[in-house]
Design a protein. Structure first.
Ligand code: ZN
Ligand code: ZN
Ligand code: ZN
Length: 364
């Protein structure tokens, strides 16, 4: 699998004219080698020349964590007294063009640029993003497992198993996080809990506000599974009967989200999926209140290509996995968002999140 990804990566390097690809911390490295670098001050770097041997340079003390892939890369461990930047520069040779992983620490990029002053530098995403965006069958299965685990927590929320009224947003956020771990996640990435007027802030930090009866509670949570793949889901519940104004807003949102999922057909430009949600929300009278893009890709990163946003003319292809998450936010009053992870397949869009989308009323 890694050898096949490496050959596709090198083909892509040829297409976009990159002589050397350098990958450090971030998800590109585990996608290509199975090894995830710790975000240390010590340099880890995979050096991928257009031809010839690929080398993974790691600090000596990290070497035991590397699972060797002899058909993919050679391993070089540097000692505490070595100069790893010089080592990487020597392995890179004299490239005309370098692509460096987007999450690489700036200090290493700066030092490497000083060693390779004749090279032109590009973001690593130029090479890796379109490759990683298209998931193979095993990756889709991993994303499905992640979504199913998140769905089980969302079902607990909708089923009234998670106490809300009288607890702070932060307490409920921590509770959701514990449940994500209990359902199989290795790590919680975020757990937004926004009650009442706080739900009008899309990325509200769950705080000390005590949840009241008779208000919306927006919950957007996700984590990373042990195999590295991510979940991300948003559902809203109402603590008691919702007022007509909120029902109206939610009906518009629910229809827009479902229509955008249905529009996520192979061949459709990403921006058209966004436009479907935006048109319905605008026709419903809330156009100004939908303040963000419709979705983002998901995989080893919780946000990656493809982005469902105006201006992205790239067409969806089978294997693209992304969120569809329109929202409506009325400042000072309330807000709502509905989010599913969806995979584009030749047979049509496949939503990985299956818990109900309707407005669920919970008592307490
Ligand atoms: Zn978000
Ligand atoms: Zn989310
Ligand atoms: Zn999301």
């Amino acid at each position: 699998m890694y050898a096949e990804r490496m050959s596709r990566t090198r083909r892509r390097m040829g297409e976009v004219g990159i002589d050397v690809l350098l990958l450090s911390v971030g998800a590109d490295l585990p996608w290509l080698t199975g090894y995830r670098a710790m975000p240390l001050e010590r340099l880890t770097m995979l050096v991928v020349p257009a031809e010839g041997e690929v080398t993974l340079v790691v600090p000596r003390l990290e070497a035991p964590r590397v699972i060797g892939q002899p058909d993919v890369f050679a391993l070089v461990a540097w000692e505490e007294t070595d100069d790893p930047v010089a080592l990487v520069a020597a392995l890179a040779g004299a490239p005309a063009t370098v692509a460096v992983g987007d999450r690489t620490w700036a200090r290493f990029v700066v030092e490497l640029q000083a060693r390779l002053p004749a090279s032109r530098w590009h973001p690593g995403d130029l090479v890796t993003a379109p490759l990683r965006a298209v998931k193979d069958g095993a990756e889709v299965a991993s994303l499905r497992r992640a979504s199913e685990a998140a769905d089980r927590v969302a079902a607990q929320l909708q089923g009234g198993e998670i106490p809300l009224v009288g607890r702070t947003e932060a307490e409920v956020s921590a509770d959701l996080g514990r449940r994500l771990l209990a359902e199989g996640h290795a790590r919680v990435n975020f757990s937004i809990v926004a009650a009442g007027a706080n739900a009008a802030s899309p990325h509200h930090d769950a705080g000390a506000r005590v949840i009241q009866a008779g208000e919306v509670v927006l919950c957007d949570f996700g984590g990373t599974m042990p195999d590295g793949y991510c979940s991300d889901i948003t559902r809203c519940v109402y603590t008691g009967p919702p007022p007509p104004e909120f029902r109206d807003l939610y009906a518009v949102l629910e229809e827009a989200q479902a229509a955008a999922v249905d529009a996520a057909v192979v061949g459709t430009p990403c921006e058209d999926v966004d436009a479907v949600a935006r048109r319905l929300i605008t026709e419903g009278g809330y156009g100004e209140a939908f303040v963000h893009r419709t979705g983002h890709g998901i995989g080893l990163d919780e946000h990656e290509d493809p982005y469902l946003v105006g201006g992205n003319c790239d067409a969806l292809v089978a294997g693209h996995a992304f969120s569809v998450e329109p929202g409506i936010y009325l400042e000072g009053r309330f807000g709502a968002r509905i989010e599913d992870i969806v995979v584009a397949t030749e047979a049509g869009p496949e939503p990985l999140n299956r818990v109900p989308h309707g407005l669920v009323v919970v008592e307490g």
